[in-house]
Design a protein around this ligand. Structure first.
Ligand code: NAD
Ligand code: RM4
Length: 253
């Protein structure tokens, strides 16, 4: 229960990595706000799963690209739980598109959710943390894609590099307020974001074979690290990246 009494907002928490993080932070005692875009019955399922284990959670619908929606997300959080101690910028999209087919609309949509969303949520959360004077944690789900290219991810990889860079700058700005800002860089985790891509057994076998530990990642692999970064034990980690990829990056050649 190392997060007992803490309030955490996890964006895009109805599925995949965000869901695992929300559940893990709740297991460690945090009260969790499960953000999701639009109508999403899966968000309520996450809330119910947390409550059934004795935890406390609510779901709030907010598209992270929309400043008004982000205001609503944090207003609801403060109204229900009085403050926010932990923000996890997890919401993200990655349509796999070839470079010559990439449109301005798709580029803007990916940048809107992934990077503008992280900006809006980080600013809103840090204002509350600063005003309440209790410090905090901002943890952003960047990617191994911040470090390497991807031929069908030409709009996506710059957003992941941008999120990592945003955390580095915010580490400087917010450190004096006791707010640490760090990135987690997952390797390849099998979730809805890449399920279609991995329907091809040859691509799945090729990418699995590249990972020295012999498997793709699971959402829980990322959730464990997020819970650690949210804890008091990580108070001196600021402006850092943690690569969680089974050794994939060091094996790329
Ligand atoms: P996912 O598709 O299962 O989850 C993405 C979540 O983001 C969903 O819950 C979705 O509803 C939410 N979302 C999408 N648009 C949103 C919006 N406008 N506002 C709020 N929420 C929104 O995929 P995932 O793999 O769990 O991805 C989570 C994060 O992890 C993403 O930022 C992704 O870039 C990152 N990541 C994933 C992998 C991987 O291999 N799966 C690797 C590195 C990084
Ligand atoms: C990640 C990384 C993964 C891919 C996801 C969609 O950042 O590139 O390999 O599965 O994006």
């Amino acid at each position: 229960m190392r997060l007992a009494g803490k309030v955490a907002v996890v964006t895009g928490a109805s599925r995949g990595i965000g869901r695992a993080i929300a559940q893990r932070l709740a297991q460690d005692g945090a009260r969790v706000v499960v953000d999701h875009p639009g109508e999403d019955p899966e968000a309520q399922e996450v809330v119910e799963s947390i409550r059934s284990q004795g935890g406390d959670a609510i779901a709030v619908s907010a598209d992270v690209q929309d400043p008004e929606a982000v205001k609503h997300l944090f207003d609801e959080t403060v109204q229900r739980y009085s403050t926010v101690d932990i923000l996890v910028n997890n919401a993200g999209i990655c349509p796999f598109v070839s470079w010559f087919d990439l449109t301005v609309d798709v580029w803007d949509r990916i940048h809107g959710v992934n990077l503008r969303g992280a900006f809006l949520c980080s600013q809103a959360a840090s204002r509350i943390m600063r005003d309440h004077g209790h410090g905090g944690r901002i943890i952003s789900i960047s990617s191994i894609s911040a470090l390497v290219g991807g031929s069908f991810q030409t709009a996506y990889t710059p957003t992941k590099a941008g999120i990592r860079s945003l955390m580095q700058s915010l580490a400087i700005v917010l450190g004096p307020y006791g707010i640490t800002c760090n990135s987690i860089l997952p390797g390849t985790i099998l979730t809805d974001i890449n399920r279609e891509h991995y329907q091809d057994p040859q691509i799945l076998a090729r990418d699995t074979a590249r990972v020295p530990v012999g498997r793709l990642g699971r959402p829980e692999d990322i959730a464990h690290v997020a819970a650690f970064l949210a804890s008091d034990e990580a108070q001196y980690i600021n402006g850092a990246d943690i690569l969680v990829d089974g050794g994939l990056f060091v094996n790329l050649q």
